[in-house]
Write a protein that binds this ligand. Structure first.
Ligand SMILES: Cc1cc2nc3c(=O)[nH]c(=O)nc-3n(C[C@H](O)[C@H](O)[C@H](O)COP(=O)(O)OP(=O)(O)OC[C@H]3O[C@@H](n4cnc5c(N)ncnc54)[C@H](O)[C@@H]3O)c2cc1C
Ligand code: SF4
Ligand code: FES
Length: 840
């Protein structure tokens, strides 16, 4: 503190914290109270008064910080219909016989087109609107659509109900979606008690029926999962939704921006599920944290898989690994879930002067519109076909253009070009022309020879579509997938999969589609499940056992202890019974201090299944970890998501098994080392740090291994051998034929250098990857690492294929570079926190 303080004061005098190096900023942040006190005592300039404006009107001193106005950024764009407009629009409806808009069966022809996938009785609901019976109209909607305020906003009605509206023969269709939205908003705003009363009546109607002995597990809380859960709860079933993320809603929460679907609207509709008694278990990734088989073993009667299609498709073009090239999913998750639009965010995004978004669907448009709101100089959507073929809704494309976003059509990027810092600086593109129609019916884009050109780009966001994340298919025996990675259905109408009492629907089955199609699948699956379960007598204690599991997963993450282990390294013991029950060596969790803080990946260093506790060891390296340090025993973490990642493979070896740890990496290595010792391997550990003050858990090492099997090194020679772990390996000849297998965990540079040495000696070497992770469940693409020996552009997602990966297959140079992708933005956000702290 004494060293940093004068620097800090000097920076305050010049009215900027931004030039202060990150470690110094971090020290200020961690000691903010003491710094602020000294500033107040020792200075006489009016800094604090100036700073006071930071929370409202910006004070002078805040001028270098990001000028974001979140109110403007997040305001809903489409304001919907007024009361009067609603009646005028409803009045146009002809109340056609045969409900063409609902069924898609066009009037006067045999043709079927569009229609409503959840079969709302549209003429009946519009008739009620015409009569001014808005609450009754809402009841009519709710018979088929449990999320009308959402579907009224985001459904592509022009391709569904409005496409089959009879008026389209010679006029514009009835604006069914906008009427739906008005009705849902109106009842929530004017009759919220009546809404709740109605839902409570639904909940109680079948509460004592035989169905109440069955407990259904719904995996994923997107529109498919929510729909199946609501419909089954209304029928009297106990329903628990298991959600990997810390918030419910699926794409409705992490994908669709609040300026299209305000958070309060989603919250209100989710309120229906809560009122129906549906339980939400967050932070559990089925397939990783708990398997489907385990859900059945614990007493669940049936499972619905609604895990969506969140895994971003990569471009596989050279340069995709460059800094500031990210998937739209990562970009949107950072913004929508982690408030990257706020100046004090822990999880920033980079928005440069030339933002290029590649793609033409919903996701591309949403990412581009967010980039515009976050102050990008110029935003361009680059799409390889023409505007007509863009899969996004026309309304969204028009809004994007109105917001100043450029469309660069019939253009395809073939290479991303970087600068000396490893950051993207341009896209090399080729012009396209449209050829013959392909299997999707759209004309195939064909490159025009010799048309290459370069487009400047300092941020590239790829939105090329998504596929289902592979975790459930990989971990559920007997569950068949398709060659597109989707779940194969035994019965497409009901959603029945190849496993008994296991149904699926939504994007996990169709690939990326729409909210209403996912809801339609959820509805059909709920009906089929109900039929199937009526034939399945409930097992006496199943409900109780499954409820125990849900209770276990729902326990708060209470900190039992949190103390210093070594310089800047802390050990935290946290109550997390479900994690401790299922955790295996090598797995990690994502810890969050509060609802919008960073999701910090931390390997589970130890666990006590009896006490339901896990041990996490962390080094304070940024704001997120500094906030962890502030937690005291008895306080709670907001989330501990996991266990995640594949467990380490531990097998018997004849030769030596080397465990090489750098700094805090020892904590991640410890359970792996213990597992190797337990199966009788000859383990030798090499553990290095900068100096003796940074070592920890030496007692644990000595309890596990004899003295001769522990080699220590320090950069300054203060303990063990002077030098790096690589020097120990060389000197003790541990990199030679003696070592059959090695696991290396530590800073990326240390892993790179150590594995180079071991690989030269033919030691099969594993490194543990811990790059930028957001969801940890193969849904954002942030953790991609290039494969060394794969096809051009082949990547692994460290959270899914790892964290353990063979060192020979991973591009560790790239990892070293990508780990600091957001350093400038993180430093700026840290400075902002300090200003706020001083002003408070
Ligand atoms: C940015 C964006 C904008 C879009 N805009 C629109 C639009 O305007 N209109 C429209 O109709 N459609 C839109 N879509 C498509 C639409 O949102 C999806 O088709 C729809 O959400 C699919 O619903 P789902 O329930 O199948 O899956 P999702 O909504 O993807 O929900 C799946 C949920 O499962 C969770 N999950 C995944 N794996 C696991 C696991 N192993 N264990 C536990 N939980 C798990 C995920 O975290 C997620 O919450 C958009 C999509 C995106 C990405
Ligand atoms: S098809 Fe159009 S006009 Fe006919 S009932 Fe449906 S919304 Fe009304
Ligand atoms: S894909 Fe998001 S963390 Fe791995």
């Amino acid at each position: 503190m004494t060293d940093t303080y004068p620097q800090f004061v000097e920076h305050l005098r010049t009215d900027s914290l931004e030039g202060l190096p990150k470690p110094a900023l971090l020290e200020v942040y961690r000691n903010l109270d003491r710094f602020a006190q000294r500033v107040r005592q020792e200075t006489d300039w009016p800094m604090l008064t100036q700073l006071h404006g930071i929370n409202g009107k910006r004070g002078e001193s805040a001028r270098e910080l990001p000028a974001l106005d979140s109110a403007l950024s997040t305001r809903e764009v489409n304001l919907g219909l007024s009361y009067l407009e609603t009646f005028h629009r409803a009045d146009r409806c002809l109340e056609c016989f045969g409900m063409p808009c609902s069924t898609g069966k066009l009037q006067f022809t045999e043709e079927t087109l569009g229609g409503c996938p959840v079969l709302i009785d549209i003429p009946a609901f519009i008739k009620l609107v015409k009569e001014g019976k808005i609450f009754e109209a809402w009841l009519k909607l709710m018979e088929s659509d449990s999320l009308p305020a959402i579907t009224g906003r985001v459904c592509p009605q022009e391709d569904q109900c409005q496409l089959s509206c009879s008026l389209t023969i010679k006029d514009e269709p009835v604006e069914i979606g906008r009427l739906e939205r008005f009705v849902a908003d109106y009842v929530w705003e004017n009759h919220p008690e009546a809404v709740i009363e109605h839902v409570e009546a639904l909940r109680d109607r079948n509460a004592n029926s035989g169905n109440a002995r069955h407990h259904i597990a719904v995996i994923g809380s997107g529109p498919a999962g929510l729909t199946v859960a609501i419909d089954l709860a209304v029928l009297g079933y106990h329903v628990t939704i298991f959600e990997a993320l810390h918030v419910p809603g699926g794409v409705l929460a992490y994908g669709i921006p609040v300026f299209r679907l305000p958070a309060r609207v989603l919250q209100r509709e989710l309120g229906i599920a809560h009122t129906l008694g549906i339980r939400f278990v967050h932070n559990v990734t089925i397939g990783r944290s708990i398997t489907i088989d385990e859900l059945f073993e614990e007493g669940f009667s049936a499972v619905f898989i609604g895990t969506g299609a969140g895994l971003p498709r990569l471009m596989h073009t050279p340069g995709e690994h460059l800094k500031h090239v990210c998937s739209a999913n990562e970009f949107l998750v950072r913004i929508n879930l982690m408030r990257a639009y706020e100046a004090d965010t822990d999880t920033p995004v980079k928005v440069g002067q030339h933002v290029v978004v590649v793609g033409g669907g919903f996701t591309a448009i949403d990412a581009a519109r967010w980039a515009g709101r976050l102050g990008a100089g110029k935003v361009t959507i680059m799409y390889r076909r023409s505007r007509k073929e863009m899969p996004a809704r026309e309304e969204e494309v028009e809004n994007a253009i109105a917001e100043g976003i450029d469309l660069q059509l019939l253009t395809n990027p073939v290479q991303m070009v970087g600068n000396d810092e490893g950051e993207v600086r341009a896209l090399r593109c080729v012009r396209m022309e449209l050829g013959e129609p392909d299997s999707s019916g759209r004309r195939r884009p064909v490159p025009i020879k010799g048309s290459e050109f370069e487009v400047p780009a300092d941020t590239v966001i790829t939105a090329l579509g998504t596929t289902p994340n592979p975790i459930i298919l990989e971990t559920t025996e007997g569950l068949q997938g398709t060659r597109w990675g989707t779940i194969h259905l035994r019965d497409e109408e009901t959603g029945e999969t190849t496993l008994p009492f296991t149904y699926a629907g939504g994007d996990a089955v169709t690939g990326a589609a729409t909210v209403i199609l996912a809801m339609g699948a959820g509805k059909r699956a709920a009906q089929a499940l109900d039929r199937a379960l009526r034939e399945k007598p409930p097992v006496p204690d199943n409900l109780e056992r499954s409820t125990v599991l849900v209770d276990l997963c729902s326990k708060p993450y209470v900190v039992r202890s949190n103390g210093l282990l070594a310089c800047d390294v802390y050990e935290m013991v946290v109550q997390a019974p479900a994690v401790s029950r299922y955790c295996q060596a090598g797995q990690f969790v994502l810890a969050m201090v509060d609802a919008s803080s960073e999701r910090i990946p931390l390997t589970v260093a130890d666990w006590d299944r009896g006490r339901g506790e896990i041990t996490l060891v962390y080094q304070v390296v940024g704001k997120g970890t500094a906030d962890l340090e502030h937690l005291r025993a008895g306080e709670s973490l907001f989330a501990v998501s996991g266990p995640l990642g594949k467990p380490s493979e531990v097998e018997k070896f004849d030769g030596t098994v080397l465990m090489v740890a750098g700094g805090v990496g020892l904590a991640a290595l410890y359970p792996i080392m213990r597992a190797h010792v337990e199966i009788g391997n000859d383990v030798h550990v090499v553990y290095g740090s900068r100096n003796r003050d940074l070592f920890f858990w030496l007692d644990r090492l000595h309890a596990l291994l004899p003295e001769a099997k522990i080699s220590l090194s320090t950069d300054d020679g203060s303990l063990g051998m002077k030098g790096f772990v690589t020097d120990v390996l060389r000197q003790k000849c541990l990199g030679t034929s003696e070592a059959e297998f090695a696991v290396v965990v530590g800073p990326a540079i240390m892993m790179r250098e150590t594995s180079k040495l071991l690989l030269v000696n033919d030691t099969s070497t594993i490194v543990s990857l811990n790059p930028t992770m957001l969801d940890g469940s193969a849904m954002c693409g942030g953790c991609k690492v290039s494969r060394m020996n794969g096809k051009l552009g082949a990547k692994d997602f460290a959270c899914n294929e790892g964290p353990d990966r063979p060192a020979s297959e991973v591009d560790l140079d790239e990892l070293v570079s990508r780990l600091v992708t957001y350093r400038a933005e993180e430093t700026r956000s840290l400075a902002y926190h300090i200003w706020q702290g001083l002003a408070a």
